[in-house]
Ligand binder design. Structure first.
Ligand SMILES: Cc1cc2nc3c(=O)[nH]c(=O)nc-3n(C[C@H](O)[C@H](O)[C@H](O)COP(=O)(O)OP(=O)(O)OC[C@H]3O[C@@H](n4cnc5c(N)ncnc54)[C@H](O)[C@@H]3O)c2cc1C
Length: 414
């Protein structure tokens, strides 16, 4: 197994780096962690849109999207190289990831020609932001349990119900929503997928306050919201197929890259933090813990390389991606927790202006638990690994073939 770039990849990397050098500011040591702490807000959205348009004009947006939709038609390896290079520069947070990484590919696979023509280019250029309206209060891991209804009324559909944990609903133009259109069929069968204008009458967005003070997620309520049948993605009752496409792409886009600080950031923190007149790194217990993080990180890196090698040989992403996310998110969480130990009392200061490194470690410490839930919780990923990699007997699914309306769930089921 050769982990070095091929001649072609070397050329591609140099081209990517040259463009980034000319158009963005390179991160300095210590900056990577600080970038994590950039909070949302309208200014960030403007900067993110400008950066996305700039990349699109130069052919660096949505690397793996086919060229007919404005992408580069690049290979998975080229996309990884681009992301490796881009992550070395100070760039705005990627508020387009849900649309471009998950919803765009679903429109490509299941949308009409008209939908592809209307939505994909503005999505690629970052002109329109998208959100994913899947989760509901009783439908998260068991997404097939969703209850938001869509009822046909002439050329329209009328939507009622509630979604939750909708990232970016407050600044999105469009959402992709899963609805129940036939409760007489088993739970995965009576679902239909739509594109919804987030400014439609009858939509109420309520922010959910997070532990770090931000409010990235929302509850979204739908009261008699009308959508044209033209906005249906795929056939009536076949929405689960689209949902699977979105979820497969979600796993792929989250992948092993839990984001956040790297091992080098942790080393630097230990070297630069003063413990009674000496660097924390001088403490043998600190060094031992660092060594363990290094070994875990390398294991993850090489597992990631194996996946990349398979991809470069034409394989499609398999359930192994679940290992990367499961192990990677836990590792980053442990690293952030260790950073808090190193920081000592300063770890309790969360104001970016006065906390060490712009409170990036504190931000990571508070935000990383979300990564262990988003895109599949640890338990669900373990189920996937057990069933599809270890070939153990599947999880018990008693309600699989029962009409949705007959599944006992509480006082009322409709
Ligand atoms: C950062 C973040 C961003 C998100 N963004 C979005 C978004 O933009 N759009 C959207 O639609 N949703 C979003 N979500 C929601 C996310 O998809 C759900 O939180 C997730 O699917 C888990 O569902 P749940 O919260 O309902 O938990 P539940 O499914 O109720 O799970 C509760 C616990 O039970 C465990 N459990 C459940 N079923 C099983 C089982 N069969 N075997 C073993 N254990 C089980 C779970 O692992 C978990 O520990 C986001 C979540 C986070 C954290």
């Amino acid at each position: 197994m050769d982990f070095n770039d091929t001649a072609e990849e070397t050329k591609f990397r140099a081209e990517a780096r040259a463009w980034l050098e000319a158009n963005a500011e390179r991160l300095k040591p210590g900056d990577a962690a600080a970038v994590m702490s950039e909070r949302g807000g309208s200014e960030v959205i403007v900067t993110a849109k400008q950066w996305q348009a700039k990349k699109a004009d130069a052919g660096w947006a949505c690397m793996t999207w086919p060229t007919e939709y404005g992408g580069r038609g690049a290979s998975a390896i080229q996309a990884v190289i681009w992301h490796q290079e881009e992550s070395r520069f100070r760039t705005p947070p990627n508020i387009f990831a849900i649309g471009q990484g998950m919803l765009g590919p679903t429109i490509m696979a299941h949308g009409t020609d008209e939908q592809k023509k209307r939505y994909l280019r503005p999505m690629l250029r970052g002109e329109e932001i998208w959100c994913q309206l899947f989760s509901e209060p009783s439908a998260g891991s068991d997404l097939g349990g969703l209850r938001t209804t869509a009822v046909r009324d002439g050329d329209d559909w009328v939507i009622n119900g509630q979604k939750i944990w909708t990232t970016g609903a407050q600044y999105s133009q469009w959402g992709m929503i899963l609805t129940r259109t036939d409760p007489t069929r088993p739970k995965h069968a009576g679902i239909t997928y739509f594109i919804i204008d987030m400014k439609s009458p009858g939509i109420e967005i309520r922010p959910i306050k997070q532990i770090n003070g931000g409010a990235v997620f929302n509850e979204v309520f739908f009261t008699d919201v009308r959508i044209s049948d033209k906005n249906r993605v795929g056939a009536v009752g076949e929405g689960w197929r689209g949902a699977i496409t979105t979820l497969m792409n979600e796993r792929l886009s989250i992948g092993g890259g839990a984001g956040g600080p790297e091992f080098a950031d942790l080393m630097r923190l230990a070297r630069e933090t003063d413990w009674n007149g000496r660097p924390a790194l001088d403490d043998p217990a600190v060094r031992q813990r660092l060594a363990r993080f290094y070994v875990r990180g390398k294991g993850l890196q090489y597992t990631g390389y194996r996946t990349l090698t398979a991809l470069s040989r034409g394989a499609i992403p398999g359930p192994e991606g679940s290992i990367g996310k499961l192990v990677g998110a836990v590792l980053k969480q442990d690293m952030a927790s260790f950073a808090m130990d190193v920081l000592g009392p300063a770890g309790a200061v969360t104001e970016p202006g006065i906390a060490p490194e712009e409170a990036a470690w504190q931000e990571t410490y508070m935000g990383i638990p979300g990564l262990r839930i988003a895109g599949g919780t640890d338990e669900i990923l373990r189920n996937i690994i057990a069933e599809r990699i270890l070939m153990l007997p599947p999880d018990v699914r008693l309600d699989k073939d029962v009409p949705f309306k007959d599944i006992p769930t509480g006082p009322r089921n409709a």
